[in-house]
Design a binder for this molecule. Structure first.
Ligand code: BG6
Length: 485
């Protein structure tokens, strides 16, 4: 029986810059509402939406109500509770690049409560916001800032951004979001590894043949082509989300589950990554399909060489992992939306059964989304007569069925992350040096393919990416797991 404990956080003022933007509408406001309904938001918590448009509190509350209804799939919310939540919301029009509105914003902020400023705006505004908050004396040593991705476009820009933020804020005040770290199943990676004795002794190159990380999406880039075309899958997904997943799988056990202990270990992994060689990377770009436009049309760039898919083999040069490749792939318009991590173990050192044909490697797969769960494939004797014939069976666990009557509701990543900001817990946020190290590894790989004039290979929508990505594993005598929901 699962008992969840909800401990209300301290009273807070959360200022959401970009308060009428897409992220606020789709994620931040619905997440706050769900935490409110769960009883985690104290009575005197306030959320202040900030954007350029003129709007009053009532109009912002209507905007939030619509956002919440939309996120809840149109489900009608109990009106009393909804009104209680909306009463905590306010709005101030501020021109981030000018003087207008800052004083009015200051007048809304209360002393003596946790103050957090969420930069849910175009990255070009991060530095401006930090400067203005400081200039208008709206940020003190206790103020926290939340910075959305992308955190820089490459190492130089990430360094510059870190330096700008550091002018006004200490590292302990800066919450760099990678929303993958807020996903329940991603946190579960740490629980599985570090709260069980079972896996850890096998968790190294001696016993692990290889690791596969797949983050597949079925959607394309239509609607956000302008951003995406400058980024591509490497910058948009690998540098941050896949890198974080890799770190959680590969890192040494931290001595405690504390921000710097965890982040120190992740940083060591990133620094131990081998440089990517050209033959270890396959880039792809989706074609048009029946009823769907191709990447170039979606990105509105007919000559684009940006990748909407990337697969790679990554080596880690440290004692634990030398000799165990990590295969990573991610892409848009693939066969299904499916993200998983699979740890494939080596063969037993010696075969004692005569009939080994049925033998398959043990695989621990951790399903991030959808249908979160874990699966361990083990060998057993095939039931019945006929001698000792082997077959593999899955030990299957769906978290939804295992954890709750009728299925546990898995909270959205943003619920966890925003509450962590208020609690002042940075464990699930990226430290500045971590982001820089990730860029330091990504940049040379991008520079190599740019220098070589490499063009992404076309792939069909609804496929598993270009053929060459399959070859990346085939030539090592291995194969990708199927992408399926
Ligand atoms: C974002 C990327 O960070 O993550 C998007 O910019 C991507 O391109 C998204 O679609 C995927 O997130 P999720 O939570 O849907 O897996």
């Amino acid at each position: 029986m699962m008992v969840s404990r909800i401990i209300p956080v301290e009273p807070f003022d959360l200022v959401v810059f970009g308060g009428t933007g897409d992220l606020a509408r789709r994620k931040i406001l619905p997440a706050l509402y769900r935490r409110f309904r769960a009883g985690q938001m104290p009575k005197n918590a306030r959320v202040i939406g900030v954007a350029r448009a003129a709007m009053d509190d009532a109009a912002y509350r209507a905007f939030a109500a619509a956002a919440i209804a939309e996120a809840g799939g149109g489900e009608a919310e109990p009106p009393a509770e909804g009104a209680d939540f909306l009463a905590r919301l306010g709005y101030v029009a501020v021109d981030a690049e000018a003087a207008a509105g800052w004083e009015a914003l200051g007048a809304r902020l209360r002393p003596g409560v946790v103050r957090a400023c969420y930069f849910s705006v175009a990255p070009g505004l991060f530095a401006t916001l930090a400067d203005r908050l400081h200039a208008h004396a709206l940020a003190g040593p206790g103020t926290r800032i939340v910075v959305e991705k992308p955190f820089g476009h490459d190492l130089d820009s990430a360094r510059a951004l870190n330096a700008t933020l550091a002018r006004h804020f200490g590292e302990g005040q800066i919450y760099r979001i990678d929303h993958y770290l807020g996903k329940e199943t991603v946190q579960n990676l740490m629980a599985v590894r570090f709260a069980n004795i079972l896996f850890e002794p096998l968790w190294n190159a001696r016993f692990v043949d290889h690791v596969q990380i797949t983050v597949a999406e079925s959607v394309g880039v239509a609607g956000r082509g302008a951003y995406y075309d400058r980024a591509g899958a490497m910058r948009d997904m690998v540098q941050n989300h896949l890198m974080q997943l890799l770190c959680l799988i590969a890192m040494e056990p931290p001595h405690r589950f504390e921000p710097d202990a965890v982040r120190d270990e992740k940083l060591k992994v990133i620094r131990a990554l081998d440089p990517l060689l050209p033959g270890e990377v396959v880039r792809g770009q989706y074609r048009a399909g029946p009823g769907s436009a191709g990447y170039r049309a979606d990105a509105q760039n007919p000559a684009s060489d940006t990748e909407s898919f990337i697969a790679m083999r990554v080596g880690i040069s440290n004692w634990r992992w030398k000799g165990t490749p990590f295969y990573l792939r991610t892409g848009k318009r693939l066969r299904a939306r499916a993200s998983e991590i699979a740890i494939a173990f080596r063969e037993p050192p010696h075969a004692i059964f005569d009939q080994q044909e049925g033998w398959k490697e043990n695989v621990l797969s951790i399903r991030l989304q959808p249908n979160e769960g874990m699966n361990l494939r083990v060998m057993i004797k095939e039931p019945g007569p006929g001698g000792m014939r082997l077959t593999d069976v899955p030990l299957d666990m769906s978290f939804a069925t295992a954890l709750g009557a009728g299925g546990a509701v898995i909270p959205d990543a943003y619920e966890r992350l925003i509450m962590d900001v208020i609690r002042g817990n940075q464990t699930l946020f990226m430290r500045g040096d971590e982001v820089e190290a990730a860029w330091a590894w990504t940049d040379p790989a991008i520079a190599l393919w740019q220098a070589a004039g490499d063009r992404p290979l076309p792939y069909d929508p609804g496929s598993s990416g270009p053929e060459d990505a399959l070859m990346l594993m085939h030539r090592d005598g291995r194969r990708w797991r199927e992408i399926r929901e």
